[in-house]
Write a new protein. Structure first.
Length: 272
């Protein structure tokens, strides 16, 4: 079983891969365009962000809601044995940037499967989940060539079958499975103040700028739900499954928002 720390970004053991490998476009999340493979203008020679404490006021909100789930240090220190993309042999940087998103997808799966293995109602599929965890971890240790050739979408689909079954078991234990199936629903800007969404399936739902003030989201499945600018003030997310820190960072909330014990209240929720 993975510890939470293993699946969190450790920027001190990475070479700023997310700040180089990934592209972004001028938008509400970024103040400028940056193509994939080009270092961000804020990335220093020490692989640290020069404006880390000022990302939101400087317009780099997109950076604050991103998490590599530990993929950065895996690629930097394991896949490429500690070689910095700046000084590595020719062609290494390009391959590092190519495999980083692959390992990031795999680490996100590791995070979800690890959580699923802590959920007692999912015990009937724990053996299959452990096998999926072992296989996914094995894949993260592939060579650069193996990782570049990996059909990560196909692997993700196989694991997702188990995560969906986990969701059904957890919500079914509360008598909620089969109810309130809003998978992939377009709920952008929806007025859901005080809504009873306990045990709802909101997998992949678009909840951008939705008003979820005081909503009951206990035991809801929030895997892949887009919570950008969703208002979670006084909402209850106790026991919500597959909710991640980046999703919370993208949302709005306050001191009255109740969260799963494994997640932290975003600083910007209480900043004056």
């Amino acid at each position: 079983m993975h510890s939470p720390l293993e699946l969190q970004a450790d920027c001190g053991n990475c070479f700023g891969l997310c700040c180089v490998a990934l592209p972004f476009a001028a938008s509400a999340d970024f103040p400028m365009d940056k193509p994939a493979g080009r270092p961000c203008v804020n990335l220093g020679p020490d692989s640290r962000c020069g404006i880390h404490t000022e990302l939101r006021p400087r317009g780099f909100t997109g950076c604050t809601v991103y998490d590599c789930f530990g993929a950065g240090q895996k690629v930097s220190q394991v896949t490429f044995g500690g070689h910095d993309w700046r000084t590595a042999p020719k062609g290494t940087a390009r391959r590092m940037f190519e495999v980083f998103p692959v390992v990031r997808h795999l680490h996100e799966l590791l995070r979800h499967v690890t959580e699923a293995l802590t959920l007692a109602p999912a015990r009937p599929v724990h053996a299959e989940l452990r096998a999926a965890l072992d296989e996914t971890e094995r894949l993260t240790h592939g060579t650069p060539e193996e990782l570049a050739a990996l059909d990560v979408a196909a692997h993700r689909q196989r694991v997702n079958v188990l995560l969906l079954r986990t969701s059904e078991l957890v919500r079914g234990a509360r008598g909620r499975s089969g109810r309130k199936d809003r998978r992939g629903a377009d709920l952008m800007g929806a007025r859901l103040r005080g809504a009873d969404l306990r045990g709802a399936s909101l997998r992949g739902a678009y909840l951008i700028a939705a008003d979820l003030t005081g909503a009951d989201l206990r035991e809801a499945d929030l895997i892949g739900a887009d919570l950008r600018d969703a208002d979670l003030t006084d909402a209850d997310l106790t026991g919500a499954i597959f909710l991640t820190q980046p999703q919370l960072e993208a949302a709005k909330g306050g001191l009255g928002t109740r969260l799963p014990a494994s997640l932290s209240r975003p600083v910007h929720w209480t900043a004056g």
